[in-house]
Design a protein around this ligand. Structure first.
Ligand code: GLA
Length: 406
């Protein structure tokens, strides 16, 4: 009953503030998020090194600092589902599972901040999280304040168990306003369009007014099929999605799974190149304690990261599909351009693609002197070209060549 009263009061108090204007996420957020790799493993007796616990996050924090991740730009260390205790405390505040997080989230935030990193946490707009822990519905203000008190810097706000479409949408709006009201800088990462899409046409202008990033599609898995699906889905909706993205708000095709088990080298290159072209948040989900050097170098490639983090903040789009190749491009600050060519044929060896200047973005600033650099799969300086250049690229099956034109 009390819960009902709290919810009713919470809904009635929804203030008419129109937009998220928190000054955060001016470029896509970068960091690490536990879900894809560590899911909801809560048995720390059987799985002491992989269960969702403060120890896992402290170890990842140490890795992020000592192995160059923070320096490369990955600064948000993010907790996903399954960190919560089964009940709120006597003041209806959330609490972390006491066995797995004996120091509580505040202590973990202090640990993370002391190393120059930022802490992300997870909650859900509905009655329960997707894994069945207490959700935020009816407690948006309390939970926002709790996160601010703990020193949280990012909230991933899931959409399971939301009730009606109206409750889902009001909940996302309400939490945005509640976070703002705390006065703490907290990046707000939503899954609003992903859940709302099943019931209505998503108003991306509005979503962007409330959220710093938003998931549109299903959860990523550690497979090439999943990466392809997310590329295809994004391209199929690009007329809606591309315009919605920009400094402060980003479409989120979900985590980078590079460095795990499911992708070949070529496919890892494709994910890194396309997530950069799509101006996606770069949130890795992998085990930083055990990652092969080639995947690590790919994830830390500064020239590729620069495409993703370009200050213009334009989301790239699929320009063309032809004979199982696809070409994407992303306008960059100063009239430069990133271009990717992916070989979607999954039989045979490398195929040749001739890239013509004429098909590329008309805003390209270079007219008679275009400078071409290949960034992936290996770095190659092509040098200068005139206004009508074309180059022949060799692209491996399921691989991508990523170029920059200046
Ligand atoms: C949903 C989200 C995932 C993850 C899980 C946690 O499926 O889309 O990213 O947060 O919930 O339960």
């Amino acid at each position: 009953m009390l819960w009902l009263i709290v919810s009713a009061v919470a809904v009635l108090c929804l203030p008419p503030v129109p937009a998220l204007n928190n000054g955060l996420a001016r470029t896509p957020p970068m960091g690490w998020l536990h879900w894809e790799r560590f899911t909801c493993e809560t048995d720390c007796v059987r799985n002491p090194t992989t269960c969702i616990s403060e120890q896992l996050f402290m170890q990842m924090a140490d890795m992020m600092v000592s192995n160059g991740w923070l320096q490369a730009g990955y600064k948000y260390l993010c907790i996903d589902d399954c960190w919560l205790a089964a009940q709120r405390d006597e003041n209806y505040r959330l609490q972390a599972d006491p066995d797995r997080f004996p120091g509580g989230i505040k202590k973990l935030a202090d640990y993370v901040h002391a190393r120059g990193l930022l802490l992300g946490i997870y909650q859900d707009v509905g009655k329960q999280t997707c894994a069945g822990y207490p959700g935020s519905q009816g407690f948006y203000d309390v939970d926002a304040q709790t996160f601010a008190d703990w020193g949280v810097d990012l909230l991933k706000f899931d959409g399971c168990n939301y009730g009606t479409l109206e409750q889902l949408e009001d909940g996302y709006r309400h939490m945005s306003i509640a976070l703002n009201r705390t006065g703490r800088n907290i990046v707000y990462s939503c899954e609003w369009p992903f859940y709302a899409r099943r019931l209505t046409k998503v108003n991306y202008t509005e979503v962007a007014e409330y959220c710093n990033s938003w998931r549109n599609f299903d959860d990523i898995q550690d497979s090439w099929a999943s990466v392809k699906y997310l590329m295809d889905f994004t391209a199929s909706l690009q007329d809606e999605l591309v315009d919605a993205a920009g400094p402060g708000g980003w479409n989120d095709p979900d985590m980078l799974v590079i460095g795990n088990f499911g992708l070949s080298w070529e496919q890892e290159v494709t994910q890194m190149a396309l997530w950069s072209i799509m101006a996606a948040p770069l949130l890795m989900s992998n085990d930083l304690r055990d990652i092969n050097p080639r995947s690590k170098a790919l994830l830390q490639n500064q020239e590729v990261i620069a495409i993703n983090q370009d200050p213009l903040g334009a989301q790239g789009y699929r320009l063309l599909q032809v004979i199982d190749f696809e070409v994407w491009e992303k306008p960059l600050a100063g009239g430069s351009l990133a271009v990717s060519v992916t070989n979607r044929q999954e039989i045979g060896g490398a195929r040749q693609f001739i890239l013509l200047r004429g098909i590329l973005w008309k805003g390209l600033a270079c007219k008679d002197k275009c400078y071409l650099t290949q960034l992936l799969p290996t770095r190659h300086d092509y040098g200068g070209f005139n206004a009508t250049f074309f180059i022949q690229l060799s692209v491996n099956p399921s691989g991508t060549v990523l170029l920059r034109v200046d």
